[in-house]
Design a protein around this ligand. Sequence first.
Ligand SMILES: C[S@@+](CC[C@H](N)C(=O)[O-])C[C@H]1O[C@@H](n2cnc3c(N)ncnc32)[C@H](O)[C@@H]1O
Length: 220
Amino acid sequence: VLDKLKIIQTDDGSSSIYNELLNENYHSTHGAIAESMHVYITHGLKTINKKSVRILEMGWGTGLNALLTLCYQDDKSIFYVTVEKFPLSQEVLEQLNYPNQLNTKNAAHFFKLLHQAAWEKEFNVNDDFILEKKQLDFIHYQSKIPFDIIYFDAFAPRVQPELWTLSMFEHCYHLLAKEGVLVTYCANGQVKRNMKMAGFDIIPLPGPPGKREMTKAVKK
Ligand SMILES: C[S@@+](CC[C@H](N)C(=O)[O-])C[C@H]1O[C@@H](n2cnc3c(N)ncnc32)[C@H](O)[C@@H]1O
């Protein structure tokens, strides 16, 4: 799967990856950083009114969501678990321009740390950020402690419909704490119905540049 990858540049200047086999990009071509920032930080992390936040990510990919979470963690203490079935190679990761594009203090240092961290182990990126990268299929991920938020960043339902099913959202519901939220760039009608059937309240929100809508789902 991973030998068909091309680095591309999106409209905000930040890079992303095009997977030729799936005919799908890792981010919106209208802006990778703009999309991640809007969906997972502005409408995700920033809306969690807790000092200590447990984040679960579906699809580590380039690590962009974790990098932004680190750059915008403010005074929060974060435990970040990410699940990825097909980790990218170092060679591909090194071609991404996120540290330069972000232009925030420490972005380059953080990006390196995030990718150097070993898989299947907890790693202290800083005093208030613990990262755990797990290589497995998200549907098989289990946790004894619930999460406050899920960054649901799978490839689109058009290419991976099996990741947007009722059973997938029941799994997500189960992994969240009460009033926990799931955020995703996707606003597909069937996807929202599946989330609703799993028990979530659906909150449609304006999408990132180039997209009309995104979705926030809240556990009742
Ligand atoms: C849209 S990309 C986004 C990744 C990442 N959040 C980023 O910003 O680069 C989706 C990711 O989900 C991964 N993936 C696909 N199927 C998966 C599965 N069943 N379980 C976990 N990860 C999966 C892909 O390999 C890819 O890295």
